[in-house]
Design a protein around this ligand. Structure first.
Ligand code: RP5
Length: 165
């Protein structure tokens, strides 16, 4: 019997309400053929779950973590404090401050505990997925080839002239 294969990417988010944004990361990882495990882990509402996840992530076999949260967005930084794995932070667009609060609370980490912070909202989540794939592709030539093809298709889809109506 073979051991179950652990997905290389964990996508964690602070709330169910973050999923429409974080699904962008999941979708692009699906396109690139990268398996992921998606979980709700709240720094504030489920601190014990956060601690267990952060401490156990490397041992579980994850290689890259994508963490998204909004408002007082402590999740990415706290996960980074608990693991040596690379953590990509996605500032989810908040209602009150349009994600500027999320961005500042994720990006301004003290020296020594990095979070690779992406753009606010959907673009940030998509780019977190692509960046996670790029990191994994360093050791995975087949994934590198898929990533190159993905980028080429994107380039090919851009028209030289705007369509007239
Ligand atoms: C944060 O609070 C979550 O990451 C979410 O972006 C925000 C609002 O959460 P809900 O009140 O919608 O659950 O912890």
């Amino acid at each position: 019997m073979t051991a179950p294969v652990v997905p290389p990417v964990a996508i964690v988010m602070g709330s169910q309400s973050d999923w429409p944004t974080m699904k962008r990361a999941a979708d692009v990882l699906d396109q690139l053929g990268v398996a992921h495990d998606d979980r709700i882990v709240s720094a504030h509402r489920t601190p014990d779950r956060l601690h267990a996840f952060g401490k156990g992530a490397a041992g579980e076999g994850f290689k890259v973590i994508i963490a998204g949260a909004g408002g007082a967005a402590h999740l990415p930084g706290m996960v980074a404090a608990l693991t040596h794995l690379p953590v990509l932070g996605v500032p989810v667009q908040s209602k009150a401050l349009s994600g500027q609060d999320s961005l500042l609370s994720i990006v301004q980490m003290p020296a020594g505990i990095p979070v690779g912070t992406l753009a606010i909202g959907d673009a940030g989540a998509t780019n977190a997925g692509i960046l996670a794939a790029s990191i994994l592709a360093l050791e995975d030539p087949a994934l590198a080839a898929r990533l190159i093809a993905f980028r080429a298709a994107q380039t090919g889809s851009v028209a030289e002239k705007p369509a007239t109506q």
